[in-house]
Design a binder for this molecule. Structure first.
Ligand code: C2G
Length: 447
């Protein structure tokens, strides 16, 4: 007998799952399906699984393709199952291409092409909706976004728009999407939400087009380059009851959110100062270093360093000053100083300078120290006068973190809530207004 095994979460069962199981079954005489337990999904960083293990097992059973269903509970179980059950073939979707080659030592490994475009399926009870997303732009971050989306249940990346159709087609093939187009109207007709990952200066135009087409928008930082445009965008989204969210991954990751709560809880006393740094040395003819592509350290990185500042000290500062080192017309390094009524803050951002990328929140009774890379927070310490009182906090920061912003985005859509408490519209407007001031040269000192 030829025994085949496959594994998956099988949450909100859709046509892609059914199609996979059907083809897996056809590869042998007996199909065993391993359904992931809730704790294993958590451990492997899969977010937003909406149905219980029992419901997901029922989903698989209802397809009629599984001869036997088991539960996958730990990493490494696949080898154990294959050996114990005498499996001939291990099958999985092509989104995992290469990842399970290590099983070739034990049985045949087959990657079946993943089903593209599952949003219109009617096979599932419509208790929950799978959010169908289209991506505007097909660069580096868009690629990472597709990869991360596989770890968020309840969402499917359907297609891509790029005015350069060759780039769009290439992206579609590489990322196994349903469609590629250079026609915005067609694009909007095939999806319910948009992720904007185009060059900074095009964000505002695409945000407005998407909102006017009735689509929810997740837009890469900086949302826009001016206060006025960001305000207009949020006003429009609010009026149309659409979600508009700025994609700053740090704002939505578990450790950073908890760190903010602790800082606000009074444990370190009154907050008197914040220092945040983020530098990333880059070279070559890339967008980040090009003045015609709105490159530069402030445009590129200030959304991160201003985030803890606005979250803890608010939007009402008294003075903002910049000190910049310029190279080829862009700021290769900028230090910023903010004065509030009762507190101060400073930040450093750089594409052409390197420094320690940590975050320090100074309070009247103690301080919080988040080591580099604090923008991917997974560890921090609360420190006091007596070193023995130091408390250490450990978390997981899964993948490169984009899954957290995606999770927040689809949760808001599902809850019909138009904007997030983790990054409110006024905080997002604050971020754009700081960038705007810098671009207008207000209090900018060249060093
Ligand atoms: N799948 C597919 N087409 C889709 C979506 C999913 O072919 N449009 C496939 C996946 O590649 C996988 C199976 O359906 O083979 C189950 O997918 P998920 O429920 O998303 O589970 P997954 O996270 O891929 O779990 O140990 C668990 C496994 O490693 C994979």
């Amino acid at each position: 007998m030829n025994k085949v095994i496959t594994y998956g979460t099988f949450d909100l069962l859709h046509y892609g799952h059914v199609n996979l199981l059907k083809r897996a079954k056809a590869l042998g005489d007996y199909l065993i399906v391993g359904v992931t337990s809730d704790s294993y999904d958590l451990e492997r960083g899969k977010l937003n699984v909406q149905q219980s293990l029992l419901q997901r097992i029922d989903n698989v059973r209802a397809t009629g393709f599984a001869d036997e269903i088991i539960v996958e509970e730990f990493e490494g179980q696949k080898i154990f199952d294959i050996q114990k059950m005498g499996i001939n073939t291990f099958v999985i979707g092509s989104d995992w291409e290469g990842k399970f080659d290590y099983l070739k030592e034990y049985c045949d490994v087959v990657y079946l092409e993943r089903t593209r475009g599952i949003s219109s399926t009617a096979l599932r009870q419509k208790d929950y909706d799978i959010v169908s997303i289209g991506i505007i732009g097909s660069g580096r971050i868009a690629k990472r976004f597709v990869k991360e989306s596989k770890y968020v249940s309840g969402v499917n990346i359907e297609g891509v728009f790029n005015p350069n159709i060759t780039s769009a087609q290439k992206f579609k093939e590489q990322e196994e999407l349903q469609f590629a187009t250079d026609d915005l109207k067609d694009f909007f007709s095939m999806i319910s939400a948009v992720y904007i990952a185009s060059p900074h200066q095009t964000h505002f135009g695409y945000i407005m087009e998407a909102l006017k087409a009735g689509k929810h928008v997740l837009c890469e930082k900086p949302l826009t380059l001016t206060k006025q445009e960001t305000m207009l965008a949020y006003d429009y989204a609010r009026k149309e009851k659409l979600v508009l969210l700025e994609a700053i991954k740090t704002a939505y990751c578990p450790a950073f959110k908890h760190m903010l709560l602790l800082a606000k809880s009074g444990r370190i006393g009154n907050i008197k100062d914040i220092e945040a740094s983020f530098t990333k040395l880059v070279a070559g003819n890339i967008r980040e270093l090009r003045v015609d592509m709105s490159g530069g350290s402030i445009n590129e990185l200030s959304s991160y360093v201003l985030l803890p500042i606005v979250k803890l000290l608010g939007t009402e500062y008294k003075k903002l000053e910049f000190y910049s080192y310029m190279q080829n017309q862009i700021d290769a390094f900028t230090k910023g100083l903010l004065y509030y009524n009762n507190a101060t803050a400073s930040f450093k951002v750089g594409l052409g300078c390197k420094t320690e990328g940590d975050l320090i929140i100074t309070g009247t009774s103690g301080y919080i120290y988040v080591p580099a890379p604090w923008w991917k927070t997974e560890y921090f310490e609360m420190r006091f006068e007596k070193p023995e009182n130091t408390t250490k906090y450990f978390y997981k920061f899964e993948g490169d973190g984009l899954r957290y912003e995606l999770l927040e985005f689809i949760s808001l859509i599902n809850k019909k809530q138009s904007y997030s408490q983790h990054l409110t519209s006024s905080e997002s407007i604050f971020l754009s207004s700081c960038i705007d001031k810098f671009r207008q040269g207000q209090n900018v000192n060249i060093i």
